[in-house]
Design a protein around this ligand. Structure first.
Ligand code: FAD
Ligand code: FES
Length: 278
C-alpha cells in the first residue's frame, strides 16, 4: 500500500501541517479516537498520530502534526505525491460514543485536530456538541471553521486575547459548566498540563471526563510497555487500553515524567538533524 499524500496544507507555517493520505484499508475501519503509527525512513522511529478525520468513501485519512523533533521534521519534508514508508492502523480503542445529550469537547493546540474527529462522532450520534478551543493567539488556532460547520457552539480562548476569551480554555469550560447542569460528558485533548487542568475543572461538577493520553509509544500493539500509564491505581497500556481514559483517575505526574524520559536523546537527535539539513 503506497500511503500516498494526496494533499498537504501548512496550517501554521513551519509548525503544524495537515496531510490527507490515501489509505483505504485504514479509512474503512477508522473510528473517532483511533490513531496510526507511521515511519518516515527505514531506520527511523515509529510515531503515533491521531486520525483527525476520515473519508471512507474516498479511502483517505487526515493527520495533523506539530513539528516537534526529528521524526515530525522528516515528515514535514514530504509533500503532495510522496509516499509514507509505513502507516499502521487504525490503532487504539475507539471513543465510546452514545446519544447522551450535551458533550463539551475541549481542545488545546494540536489536540484540537484530534478532538475534531471525536466531536464529529458525538455530533453524528445526535449529541449537542460544544467545542471549547484554545491557543496562544488567533493565528495558532486550528480547525475553527471545521468545528463551526457542525458544532452549535464553538467557544474560543487565546492567551493574548486576540480572539475570544483572553485566558485559558479551562476558564471557558468552567463558565460553560456553571451555566448548564445538563452536560453529560467533557472530553479534553491537548498538552498534558491542559488535560490535567480540564480534569481538575470538571471534578467539582461531577461530570464524566475523558482525556486522550499521548504517552510515548513504540509498537502500538501492547507488546513493548513503552506507553505504560497508571489509571485508578492500575497499570494500563495507552495503545491498547486507551488512549482515552477517565481524566479523574489518570496519574498525570507519572505521565509527565515518563514523557521526559528520552528528552536528552530527542534533543541531540533533533540538533543533529538540523545541522545535517543546514
Ligand atoms: C495516541 C497518540 C496520538 C498522538 N497524536 C498526535 C497528533 O495528532 N498530532 C501531533 O502533533 N502529535 C501527536 N502525538 C504526539 C506525537 O507522537 C509526538 O509529537 C511525536 O512522536 C514526536 O516525535 P519527534 O521525533 O518529532 O519528536 P521527539 O524529539 O522525538 O519528541 C518530542 C516529544 O514527543 C514525544 N514523543 C517522542 N517520541 C514519541 C513516540 N514514539 N510516541 C509518543 N510520543 C513521543 C515526547 O513527549 C517528546 O518529548 C500523539 C501521541 C500519541 C501517543
Ligand atoms: S506502545 Fe508498546 S505497549 Fe503500548
Amino acid at each position: 500500500m503506497p500511503n500516498t499524500i494526496l494533499h498537504k496544507a501548512k496550517l501554521i507555517p513551519g509548525q503544524t501541517s495537515k496531510l490527507v493520505i490515501d489509505a483505504p484499508l485504514i479509512a474503512a475501519k477508522a473510528k473517532p479516537g483511533n490513531f496510526v503509527i507511521l515511519r518516515v525512513t527505514d531506520k527511523g522511529e515509529r510515531i503515533p498520530l491521531t486520525i483527525a478525520d476520515v473519508d471512507a468513501g474516498a479511502g483517505t485519512i487526515t493527520i495533523v502534526y506539530l513539528v516537534l523533533g526529528k521524526t515530525t521534521a522528516l515528515l514535514e519534508e514530504l509533500d503532495q505525491g510522496d509516499d509514507i514508508l509505513d502507516l499502521c492502523g487504525p490503532l487504539g480503542q475507539p471513543t465510546h460514543i452514545e446519544k447522551c445529550g450535551t458533550v463539551i469537547c475541549v481542545g488545546g493546540g494540536t489536540g484540537i485536530a484530534a478532538m475534531h474527529h471525536i466531536a464529529k462522532g458525538h455530533h453524528m450520534a445526535g449529541n449537542h456538541v460544544v467545542a471549547v478551543i484554545g491557543a496562544r493567539s488567533k493565528d495558532l488556532l486550528l480547525f475553527h471553521d471545521e468545528l463551526t460547520a457542525f458544532c452549535p457552539e464553538v467557544l474560543v480562548s487565546t492567551d493574548d486575547g486576540s480572539f475570544g476569551h483572553k485566558g485559558l480554555v479551562t476558564e471557558v469550560l468552567e463558565d460553560r459548566l456553571k451555566s448548564d447542569d445538563s452536560v453529560a460528558e467533557v472530553v479534553g485533548i491537548g498538552p498534558v498540563p491542559m488535560m490535567a487542568a480540564v480534569a481538575k475543572t470538571t471534578k467539582p461538577f461531577g461530570v464524566k471526563t475523558t482525556v486522550s493520553l499521548n504517552s510515548i509509544m513504540v509498537d502500538g500493539i501492547g507488546m513493548c510497555g513503552a506507553c505504560r500509564v497508571t489509571v485508578g491505581g492500575e497499570v494500563k497500556f495507552a495503545c491498547v487500553d486507551g488512549p482515552e481514559f477517565d481524566g479523574q483517575q489518570v496519574d498525570f505526574m507519572e505521565l509527565r515524567q515518563r514523557l521526559a524520559s528520552f528528552r536528552d536523546q530527542e534533543s541531540i537527535s533533533y540538533e543533529e538533524y538540523k545541522k545535517s539539513h543546514g
